[in-house]
Write a protein that binds this ligand. Structure first.
Ligand code: NI
Ligand code: MN
Length: 227
């Protein structure tokens, strides 16, 4: 399967021939200025929570691509008001089977409000199970003991974990999270974009490798083939 990084927490994964885009925040991301959102044409967009650095380009990408947006109920209502009609509302604890695979919404410990100040529901993470791969996308979250549930009941091939600290887990917390979810291959997200979340790449990668784990820090615009 293919994974493309568009900066911050925005990735596109190709599952069952469908393109799944997570948390699009591209056009206002200084580090992603070489990415043209007009070239991003997903089949689905998954939104973890309402903050601007996760929803910013959702309306434009959804409209230009016709992608179905999967998010919590409150975010879906907000998108509907802006003319995005192809949506699927979910909430923490729920799962649904789409044509690319199964999406299970899990808890994230984080706030969630929309850019215009409206209520954004609660922040979520996602577990995706598909023929191509099983993985966890943490969204923005603190390290939480709930992550142990994921490790107990699911076998993951890899996970997207936030590592930038200040607003979310740090590298050290993500290492513990990787133990909780029983996953040794982690793709880092939510780092470097703002001053508060700049990290030392080399040090972070070393910390993981000392514990027999792999931390992948993708370049913006880079596509990797996984499996
Ligand atoms: Ni956030
Ligand atoms: Mn964020």
């Amino acid at each position: 399967m293919q994974i493309t990084y568009y900066g911050h927490s925005c990735f596109e994964a190709v599952l069952g021939g469908k393109k799944i885009l997570f948390d699009p925040f591209v056009s206002d991301n200084e580090l992603a200025k070489n990415i043209d959102i007009n070239n991003i044409k997903p089949d689905y967009i998954l939104i973890s929570h309402g903050h601007y650095d996760h929803v910013a380009d959702t309306v434009s990408i959804a409209k230009q691509s016709g992608a179905k947006v999967i998010a919590n109920f409150e975010i879906v209502q907000w998108l509907n008001k802006q003319g995005v009609e192809n949506t699927h509302p979910m909430n923490t604890g729920g799962k649904w089977i789409f044509d690319f695979g199964k999406v299970k919404c899990v808890s994230a410990v984080h706030s969630s409000s929309l850019p215009d100040g409206s209520y954004g529901g609660t922040a979520m993470g996602f577990i995706i199970e598909s023929q191509d791969a099983n993985f966890y996308y943490s969204g923005d979250t603190a390290l939480t003991y709930d992550m142990k549930l994921i490790g107990e009941f699911r076998t993951l091939d890899f996970a997207f974990l936030c590592i930038g600290d200040n607003f979310t887990m740090s590298v050290d917390n993500a290492l513990i999270a990787a133990d909780f979810i029983k996953c040794n291959k982690i793709i880092g997200m939510h780092y470097d974009t703002f001053g508060y979340i700049k990290i030392n790449h080399e040090e972070a990668i070393k910390k993981f490798s000392y514990q027999g784990k792999e931390l992948v820090l993708m370049k913006i615009g880079e596509t990797i083939n996984y499996k």
